[in-house]
Ligand binder design. Structure first.
Ligand SMILES: Nc1ncnc2c1ncn2[C@@H]1O[C@H](COP(=O)(O)OP(=O)(O)OP(=O)(O)O)[C@@H](O)[C@H]1O
Ligand SMILES: [Mn+2]
Length: 269
């Protein structure tokens, strides 16, 4: 037993900070009593934490959630590069049941925090588009799997690096993501080819765009096709981010700065 205690105790030795993912109020109170900086990572700061990182969606994958929290804490200078953090999160239970020890900056930044915090479009626009893609991935179009490509932000430049495949149904309209009617429209039009272009403020600028970015220097995992290549490459050529739903493997991916920064399975949401 004492071996076991030593083993578990080693987890907390030399820790510089504690990251709590979605803690209850009482859990937070107890952790705040410890003699270490505490950062709360959650969708809402219900515990009134002094140090807080805003989680834009409840990543089903714990490692992705932790990555987001660490990147956010580093970015907001709540954590120093190279310091050791103890991350307490929920994996199976309703309350915190898992502790992960990590060194901040040990692995390359995925850019998932920047996707939301530093993109030109507002974080809630990115989140809304992700939600449409996740929902579309779950249900498909009339039961059939469907693919879609959303390019969000820096719309003027994206329009310059693309051409129309068909007439633009959003030509004279002033509709925005997040509006329930728009979500129905986006799903309906996703049957057709090309990309949706969305402005920084969430206005749907166009559907049916064929993207023509230069693919030079784009580092996209092998096996992904033209939709993903174009979606990734446009984020290197412009300050847009892309959200891509794959028709073939059903996953939702996000690209920023020409890199894959997020991969989600809609079935987990
Ligand atoms: N440059 C592009 N700009 C906009 N849309 C594109 C572009 N290239 C391909 N697409 C769209 O992606 C669709 C699927 O192409 P492809 O199968 O090569 O992509 P993929 O990356 O394998 O995506 P999926 O996983 O959904 O099959 C095309 O039918 C087209 O609608
Ligand atoms: Mn394909």
């Amino acid at each position: 037993m004492s071996d076991l205690c030593d083993l578990v105790g080693d987890m907390t030795n030399g820790v510089d900070a504690v990251l709590l993912f979605g803690p209850s109020g009482s859990y937070y109170e107890r952790a705040a009593g410890a003699d270490l900086p505490v950062v709360v990572v959650a969708q809402e700061n219900t515990v009134d934490a002094e140090h807080f990182v805003d989680l834009p969606l409840e990543f089903a994958d714990v490692s992705q959630r932790i990555r987001f929290g660490l990147e956010g804490a580093l970015e907001n200078e709540l954590l120093e590069e190279g310091s050791t953090a103890l991350c307490a999160a929920k994996t199976f239970a309703e309350d915190i049941d898992s502790v992960v020890r990590v060194r901040a900056g040990e692995f390359a930044r995925s850019g998932v925090y920047e996707l939301f915090a530093d993109s030109r479009a507002e974080a809630h626009i990115i989140r809304d588009v992700l939600e449409v893609a996740i929902e579309l991935g779950k249900k498909g179009q009339k039961g059939k799997p469907v693919g879609a490509l959303f390019v969000v932000g820096d719309a003027g430049k994206v329009m310059n690096k693309s051409r129309p495949l068909s007439y633009n149904p959003f030509e004279k309209s002033h509709v925005h993501v997040g509006d329930p009617i728009v979500n129905v429209m986006l799903k309906e039009f996703s049957r057709l080819d090309g990309a949706f272009i969305i402005s920084d403020s969430g206005k749907i600028v166009s559907a049916y765009r064929y993207l023509e970015p230069s693919a030079e220097g784009v580092d996209i995992p092998k096996g992904l096709g033209a939709r993903h290549m174009a979606g990734g490459a446009i984020t290197r050529d412009t300050n847009a981010v892309s959200i891509v739903l794959s028709e073939s493997d059903g996953l939702v991916r996000a690209f920023s700065g020409g890199q894959l920064v997020l991969e989600l399975d809609p079935e987990d949401y």
